[in-house]
Ligand binder design. Structure first.
Ligand code: DGY
Length: 325
């Protein structure tokens, strides 16, 4: 049988290479930009498999028109861009890339946390602008980490890796999850499960790791900002829409919280008005998994999932396992 695969953005060659060994036709979007929905629709037609990015909307219409599609291999751990229900209804397997990006994403959350708490970006700007006129006792004072409280929202793999890293600063760890209790967090890292309100009231650093769903959309809005300490920092490396970004801009502008470190945004790549004008926020362009090692592992994982499905085997990372039965 001949298999046709389309990859919606250039990814590390290792993944493309193993696909080419099994599939007769493997094509990669040659443009240096995401495809428009219509382009995606056109490219998906007649394909057996596609590797999609978190910026690609994979909806019921697309899956209906791409009638040969057997698998959507999302090149991300989050898969809120894919209508999984519609895929399941059509017997299409949806896979993601869990595990391999846990450390790089937790590292990114810590990088943002340090950057905002120690005002590194402000310091960099000042130094480049030639405004560093010598050490000054009151210049760019930030906040300490040691002994502070870290609040983790969403207690999956990345939230757990976040807690693990906090041990170096002897932090108290609180967590909240809409899922079941995380025994590793509690037993290995002494984390305490609390409700969202307690977490927001007591944490000095709040890090978002919950997946985006109808339950978590705008989980952090005006009311939640009003509960946080004025000295608190909010970090988001999960999905932008878990935070109401307009409410965040207001909270930062009114100094309702001390600062934020963001890697993700509600309507990427657009940012809400006012965000870029604020000094008390560090903005990264969705780089959580952006290391050579991690992106290579993600490419291999997505390709292996496709190869398994095309060979009528069970893929390792299926998010709708009911289609396999
Ligand atoms: C993911 O995998 O969901 C990340 O957001 C990608 O960096």
């Amino acid at each position: 049988m001949t298999f046709s695969v389309f990859i919606t953005r250039k990814i590390p060659e290792e993944g493309v290479h193993i696909l080419k060994k099994v599939c007769q036709k493997v094509e990669v979007n040659p443009r240096d930009r995401p495809l428009t929905y219509d382009e995606l629709l056109k490219e998906a037609k007649g394909r057996d498999a596609i590797i999609t990015m978190l910026s690609d909307r994979i909806d019921a219409r697309l899956m209906q028109e791409a009638a040969n599609l057997k698998i959507v291999a999302n090149y991300a751990v989050g898969y809120d861009n894919v209508d999984v229900k519609a895929a399941t209804a059509r017997g299409i397997v949806v896979t993601n890339t869990p595990g391999v990006l846990t450390d790089s994403t937790a590292d990114m959350a810590w990088a943002l946390l340090f950057s905002i708490a120690r005002r590194i970006i402000e310091g960099d700007k000042l130094t480049r602008a030639g405004k560093f006129t010598g050490w000054a006792p009151m210049m760019l004072l930030g906040g300490d980490l040691v002994g502070k409280t870290l609040g983790i929202v969403g207690a999956g793999r990345i939230g757990t890796a976040m807690a693990m890293r906090s041990r170096g600063w002897n932090m108290r760890v609180l967590y909240m999850t809409q899922q079941s209790r995380n025994a590793v967090l509690e037993e290995m890292f002494g984390a305490q499960r609390v409700d969202l309100e307690t977490l927001l009231r007591e944490s000095d650093f709040i890090s978002i790791h919950a997946p985006l769903s109808e339950k978590t959309r705008h989980l952090i809005g005006p009311h939640e900002f009003s509960l946080m300490k004025r000295t608190a920092y909010l970090i988001n490396t999960g999905r932008g829409a878990v935070i109401d970004e307009v409410a965040l801009v207001n909270a930062l502008r009114n100094k309702q919280i001390a600062g934020a470190g963001l890697d993700v945004y509600e309507e990427e790549p657009k940012l809400k008005t006012g965000l870029t004008e604020l000094d008390n926020v560090v903005l990264a362009p969705h780089l959580g998994s952006a290391t050579v090692e991690t992106r290579t592992k993600m490419a291999l994982m997505a390709a292996e999932n496709i190869i398994a499905v095309l060979n009528r085997q069970k893929p390792s990372n299926c998010v709708n396992p009911e289609v396999l039965t």
